[in-house]
Design a protein around this ligand. Structure first.
Ligand SMILES: [Zn+2]
Length: 287
């Protein structure tokens, strides 16, 4: 099963980077010269050289490595990107490393990306709000949990199914295919339902489960299928907590009904046809 890093995986990486590279000063950066999702500007090395990492932030699936002197190193892991930290110079090389950040103390931080859908660029910190990638993002559901009322207002006019709504980075930044399926199962909402048909109580359940699912996934360092690893090379352990994702034909953990896989927007969706009913319950269906 192919899966991309989502908010919990990126937050795991953020926390680990914050505790390892904060305070280190960049001696130089070597780039592979190969384009990722977009070309990595050669000027990046010049902009970050000699700067000290002051902190590591995150918005949705974007990592913001904050440097002194008013620059930020912006990165997105795409499908297979990884940040790898080495306390001292690594003895062996690795394939697909597109940036090698060498610190003055001899430690190194590498950006590896086999499929090259990631993103890496230096942005002036005071221009971050205007950056083409960040400017269109909606709120981060962990940094500012939306709450049922806000989601209800956002969803009323949207002409999408709820799974697509949750994954739309312009509305909420950070939720992808895995966690959208998990949130909807825990909230008892059919992923095919149009947002305009959801009641306020549905949105309250979605808001609550969004917080719970993302928090637990962060606690477990995210979900690993194939490529994702923390900067220490460790897999996340949320996969064992998955209720529906990648569990087609296996029994629902709540009711035993076989989990169903469908395709929405060219992505797999997994749900329980018994726990996640398409129509509102009879008692409230006539409102
Ligand atoms: Zn079920």
């Amino acid at each position: 099963m192919r899966s991309m890093p989502e908010l919990p995986e990126v937050e795991t990486i953020r926390r680990m980077l914050e505790s390892t590279v904060r305070g280190r000063t960049i001696r130089d950066v070597k780039l592979s010269g190969l384009a990722l999702r977009r070309p990595v500007p050669a000027s990046l090395a010049r902009h970050v050289k000699g700067r000290t990492i002051e902190g590591v932030g995150r918005h949705g699936k974007y990592l913001l490595i904050e440097l002194d002197g008013g620059w930020t190193l912006l990165s997105h892991l795409g499908m297979s990107g990884r940040w790898l930290f080495y306390p001292e110079r690594p003895r062996e090389d690795r394939p697909h490393v597109h940036a090698r950040v060498r610190f003055q103390d001899g430690s190194q931080l590498w950006f590896q990306d086999a499929r090259r859908f990631g993103l890496l660029r230096a942005v002036r910190t005071d221009r971050l709000g205007h950056d083409a990638s960040l400017a269109t993002l909606g709120p981060d559901p962990v940094l500012s949990p939306p709450g049922g009322e806000r989601l209800y207002a956002l969803g009323r006019d949207a002409r999408v199914h709820i799974k697509g709504f949750l994954m739309d980075q312009r509305r909420l930044a950070g939720i992808g295919n895995i966690y959208a399926s998990e949130i909807l199962h825990r909230a008892g909402i059919d992923p095919r339902r149009r947002t305009a048909t959801l009641r306020r109580a549905d949105w309250d359940a979605i808001a609550k489960q969004t917080e719970r699912v993302l928090e637990e996934a962060i606690r477990r360092c995210g979900t690993t299928f194939r490529t994702y690893r923390t900067p220490w090379g460790e897999p996340g352990t949320y996969a064992e907590r998955l209720h529906v994702y990648d569990r087609a034909n296996l029994p629902c953990r709540r009711c035993g009904t076989p989990i169903v896989r469908i395709v929405q927007g060219q992505r797999s969706t997994f749900f329980c046809p018994s726990c996640q009913r398409r129509r509102a319950r009879r008692a409230t269906a006539r409102i």
